[in-house]
Design a protein. Sequence first.
Lengths: 428, 396
Amino acid sequence: MRVLMFGWEFPPHIAGGLGTACEGIVKGLAHNGVETLFVMPNASGDEDQSATTILNASDVAVQNVSSTVEEFINKVKFMYVDSNIVPYVDPDEYFEAIEKMRKEGLTQTTVGFGQKFKFSGKYGANLMEEVSRYAQVGGTIAMQHIDEFDVIHAHDWLTYLAGIAAKELTGKPLVVHVHATSYDRGDEKHIDTRVLDIETRGMLAADRVVTVSDLTRNIVINKYGIDPAKVVTVHNAVDFSGRENIEVERGVRDKVVTFLGRITFQKGPEYFIDAAAKVLKRTKNVRFVMAGSGDMMNRAISQVARLGIADRFHFTGFLRGAEVQKMFALSDVYIMPSVSEPFGISPLEAMRTGVPSIISHQSGAAEVLKYALKVDFWDVDALADDIYALVSYPALTSFASKEGYDEVNELKWNGATAKLKKVYESLL
Amino acid sequence: MKKSVCLYFQVHQPTRLRSYRFFDIGKDSHYYDDFANRTILKRVAQKCYLPMNELLLQAIKASKGKLKLAFSISGSALEQFDRYAPEVIESFKALAATGKVEFLCETYYHSLSSLAAPSEFQHQVLKHKAAVEQYLGVTPVTFRNTELIYSDDIARQVYDLGFKTMLTEGARHIMGWQSANYVYTAASQPKLRLLLRNYGLSDDIAFRFSDRNWTEWPLTTDKFVGWLDQADGQIVNLFMDYETFGEHQNEESGIFDFMKALPKAVLAAGHEFVTPAQAVKNIKPAASLEVPDPISWADEERDLSAWLGNELQQEAFNKLYGLKEKLAIVNDPDLWADFGHLQESDHLYYMCTKFFSDGEIHKRFSPYATPYEAFINYMNVLSDFIIRLNYAEQQN
């Protein structure tokens, strides 16, 4: 079994969780005897290729391959480069990108046949342009390697057009993998219709749609109108191999309850703050930390000040690399009150560090984590109850910590990709 | 008509906080950005304090003592001079030795304690009085509160602390049809004399001097003395930050030349200079002034909104002063010193979110990119302070 896989990023150079998931998937597939050719827009050369062969789309010249594809590409290249709603972008980078676009103005360019295109492979302002170019280059790569794969697999909307092009050219089956949908990125009034359009085209053209949770599967079926028979859930896993938990010296003696992630509407920061205020009314020996940045951060700070809990509720700003591990290590309870979360890998990271977690039912992770405490994101009283219990009752805390640690160590990509392999086999 | 011209310059430098992260809480209790504080102080000393002090000293001598003026130097600034630029203190001493320069009293930490706790306010006023005596060898008799904050309630406290004169803002919404160019008394304490800032003429120098879009630019001494001639009343109070000279208005703007020529021009036109203490001796009060709600010299509103206008500022203020009783029980000198520095009004000023009318000025003086960052950093420091305080309380 051989798979041509289209991704957007791959460790070590990653901006979001997609690259990490892709690495776990190709390694897991290799373990299950599936070979992958992994195509990405801009490989750096220092990716770990032990489990896959990486093809760099920036090295490939576009060729005039067939008339049907030319027609497809003609449709693609009319996409403009003025997207303001771009997923996964780090908020700081996002504002810079928007500012830069305003200053420079917008230009539409198309790549000519026989030319190479240097992809940034980032989630920047010219994302739409890169996505359509990636489709052109993706078609070319598929033809060049036509004898080397049985199935095409495309990760998230960024790569769907490349997947479609590859399928149209080679006639081989296409799997699209939904890690997130437009409905998780913002409220319905502000959805970028061009992204929605690409998502829908990808799912319709696919022979199978893989979703990271049943929550996402329901969205794919109900919001995108995809035939339930071809939508399969393969829950995410996490690769903790070679990871040592770090030791940190704690400065505060109080229990620390942490929220870590982008401070945006869909992550539910205001429910965390309201719950914190309720807990602080009952016990003083606890501190709350909101780690991360995002467009709701200033509003969150004002909310904390208004509630009069700013001496017990701290903000760290955006955390990088080792600081994230440090923050987990300093925490006693981890909270993910997401309003809509396709999966949500962060509670798994917390539990791997031995930190008991409370997560919302509105997250994909809630479907697989038995030993996380679960509440509805809007149920602030329940969230406050659970936080209070975890900081007050050591028996519960040590149980959730120990069982949670064992549980997440069992969530391996080897199991998830075995399921993925069955999906491929059903198409041949 | 002959006017008494009363010059008073405010000297203050905040004790800026270092970037203090959540990870530092409970581990590292040094809160101050010593490098920035030293660098900024040395720069301002070179560009403003030293050259301007020398200019004024020469002008006093040249006028044969007819040039008189007043300074107020916050305790936080005095501490920094002592540590980083003792020559500045020497140059203020030289001015004091002329006998023509009055030094005013204020809250030691340039704080808002007058709005928070009478006992803390009293403590800081007396601490500042002692510091002025120690560093400059003179005993202050006139009071100026932080940012010229004033109310009937504060007036009572100031009089009870032994001061007969106080400076504040001639705020339009308080004055109504009355002119700031007279001496007033406090409605709550008729024995306390008030000198009110003439904000028009003060800001012509402090804010508009180098503004090329200003219709009166460039400002000359002839023009300025002409406005003094035309002014109503008996006294013109020109109150401004001392950093106006060489910092806010740079040397290239000609501000030093202007200030060098101004005393001669004022005296030649038949006006006189007075210090605040002399002014209230020479001039009889014209009326009594009622100020139920606090006023200040800041921003368009002339109220407290620059420091306590939003919920971030109120939260920080309330959390800080909520610690007072515990501090009194613990009574530890290191904790008192940090408590003092954390009271500096500048920390609250950095959290101001009034972006539109006066936001530019706020931004210029803030070491933080946003008011939210200022708040986060301050609360992190305060959280560590509270841990130390609680620990000290347990040890007792």
